[in-house]
Every structure is written in C-alpha cells, then in structure tokens.
Design a protein around this ligand. Sequence first.
Ligand code: FES
Length: 107
Amino acid sequence: MADAGFIKVAQVSEIRPGEMIAVEVGSEQVLLVNVDGTIHAIDDICSHAYASLSEGDLRGDEVECPLHGGAFSCITGAPTNPPANESLRVYSVQIEGDDILVAPPID
Ligand code: FES
C-alpha cells in the first residue's frame, strides 16, 4: 500500500525513457520525467516566469524552458542554464506496479 501522503498521478507505461508529462498533485502542477527508466518529479512551472516546462525540450536529465531557454536538472531541480536561477521543488516518487505515486511538497 502507498505511504501516507502519496497519491497516484500517472502510470509508468505512459512515460517512456526520454519523455515527460505534466500532472496535477493537489493544486500543484508537477512534471514527471523518465530519465533512463527512473521517474523523477519536479515543479512543472518554471521558477523564472510563468511557463510550463512540459512544453520545453528534454535533453538527458535536463529540461529546457520553452519561454527563455532556462534549464533545470530533472533530478535535483537545480538551475543549469540562465536566466533560470532558482531551484524547482523536487517531489518524492514511489512506484507500485505500473502506478506512479507522488507526495505533495512539504512547505
Ligand atoms: S520562464 Fe522559464 S526561463 Fe524564463
């Protein structure tokens, strides 16, 4: 059974390696990314201005923002290219069978 606080948001089979999708976790928009078979979850909304990173480009473990070209690590949420300079939040991920479960961030 899932740990407390985790909710099912998608299925592993929906996101192949090198792909990403945006989902909602409570009131948050979260980006799920498959990096070499491991699912990572970070904020979908760019920390620089308002843009959905799911509409950007994924290169390896970095996602590039579609608006100004800022980039972030999908694993740590850290900015890797300006003008992005604030980290994205990272969400805890659990896999149960084909289900992807994510916990809301602790504010
Ligand atoms: S909104 Fe993402 S880099 Fe500006």
